[in-house]
Design a protein around this ligand. Sequence first.
Ligand code: GLC
Length: 756
Amino acid sequence: MKSNKIILFFILISTVFVSCVKQSENNSQNNNIEIKVNDLLSKMTLEEKVGQMTQLNLDVISNGEIYKLDEPHQLNKKKLIKAIVDYKVGSILNCGGHSYSREHWHEIINQIQKISKTKTRLGIPILYGIDAIHGANYTIGSTLFPQQLAQAATWNPELIEKITSITAYEVRASGIPWNFSPVLDLGRQPLWSRFFETYGEDVYLAKKMTASAIKGYQGNDVSSKNKVAACMKHFLGYSFSLSGKDRTPAWIPERELRQYFLPTFKTAIDEGAKTVMINSGEINGIPVHANYDILTKLLRDELKFKGVVVTDWEDIIKLYKIHKVASSLKEAVKISVLAGIDLSMVPNDYEFSDLLIQLVKEKQIPESRINESVKRILTLKFELGLFENSTALIKDYPDFGSEKFQKISYEAASESITLLKNTNNILPLSKNKSVLVCGPSANSLNILNGAWTHTWQGIDTNFNTKNKATILKSIINKIGQSKVTYFEGVTLDAEINIQQTVAEAKNKDVIVVCLGELPCTEKPGDIEDLTLPIAQLNLVKALAKTGKPIILVIVENRPRIINEIENLAQSILMSYLPGDEGGKAISDILFGDVNPSGKLPFTYPRYTGSLIPYDHKFSEKLDKNFTENGYNPQYPFGYGLSFSNFIYSDLSLSSQTISPVDTLIVKVKVKNTSNLSGKEVIQLYISDTYASITPSVKKLIAFDKQFIEKGKEITVVFKITKDDLTFVDKNNSSIYEEGDFEIYISNLTNKFILKK
Ligand code: GLC
């Protein structure tokens, strides 16, 4: 016994020693970088400093016209010299309109870094940034994962860390050290074109996903050749415009901003996110790019963010041309830099540089403000190891696009797809069934991937990953061509051959209708109506008349309204945007080779006029008849069926009363009563019975995804502290209040009192 204690003591001592060494190593590394940065800064001219604050689009240094480059893509030596040598530009972003091979990326990055290293006075490496939001989506042959919303539907943070870690590896494999990801905007406006880019509507779920994403992208050391600098975006409140249209005004009071839209960014900062991209829109009449209170007082002074603040696309220009809070571009540059911008994604001209130099020379902006930004940018370049090595070698990334990476993508797609309906357990289908496959998303890899896939909007088929199966191809691979007939029936928004499709349906056992949405993002993705296009609704209505069982497979960017056809389907699979492996994952669920475990990360609305989230207020429960049916979604947040059957019991609390220093232990039993093992997401919600701010009817504060063997029962334990019970009060402070709380897990409830 004594020896055990001695061993334990030595383990403890050595652990403490190692972590102290690690910490001191980090500190000395940071001090070392700070010395180098200050030394370099002291040598820089104003022009060189302003160049470091300038980020150009790749088009500007390429052959051809901006947005219409010559093919095949080539850098233009003269333009390259003008940018890097004459204007001393320090950052470049994006691809020239579409994906490139890894070899071409290396050619581009090597040329750029060589010019910067050998032709400029100080040889400061270029910081290259790219959007790699569901894998290295601008590198041909990369592993393409489900989009973020689908990732959130897995409720599996460990899987998100794997996804972002592989993405970091493949972005670095392309020679690029900075990824404009993750999107941390909350998906609380289903009309928004970028809803699929979010982690859904709930703060807690999105925070868990955020922490995993930053860890996966950055690891413990962003100078690693397998890690990248993450970019939390778009700070903040970008996803909640009044109109649901991209980059239109948002009215978000500070209390709501702090309650819903700030927490994911705070989590990312706490996890060490290196950079942040700013919301292109305006909040309460002030464009965020012009808002000193947000960019400096909140982000820097309160949240202690030390990293680089980069604008979004042309957002300084937009202060003048769109938002009209600046009467000239020069004034726009002044406002945004003084508000707190470090790096301007200009991205297509040199006016920002010229004007910023003028503003400093005219003493309208102190050079000390410039120095702050340049220090942050140089610090990031040192942290990324760019001064030591600013390029990558193909040989260093043998796992690029490998089977093992594709397997993770398949796992994520399989765990995200959400079974919303399964009348009479029609799924899984027998492999002997004859199947009519139809609908616009049945035979499209582009619809499975969505925007930001080889091209910005994701609709070009030329760069798709080779040999990836669509839903149709996957079903044929599984049950054989002879049992499958395919008719598209309708495109995404127009009828083609509904009658022929209906005629064929009559000869089949079951109909799989694959509905969908055109890949799109940002302004091109704005819609006038959340309802699924009428042509798709008509196809389902016509097929229903055959009396054959209908399985709806929905592949969409956002929850399009389906109330006209929901009752016509025996089964409904919500597939979100499942990525390159989505076709196989969907087919494997249809025929039972995968037991679905996805849960909705958002409320699926029933009507276009009822877009309230699950954590709505009690007043939103009241309907026009004054009964409590005001919240009547098509499917609720957190919902998803399994082929297994899970029964919850014995929800117990360690105490019915806790003080603010206590930890409440919550236990619940979950039994898999079926003969099929499966995964279940145990979700713990609370509701604050009364509070000084109207409480939500319920709020997710914990979840745990567990694999439960057939016939087995597990006990899940949660620990609740006062921190889980806080909310933002009328003074914009995070507080907790004494009082009664309800706890909900599945169909069970319990209650406790918080008492100071
Ligand atoms: C776009 C997007 C942003 C992206 C950036 C660079 O406008 O808003 O998410 O990272 O430009 O492509």
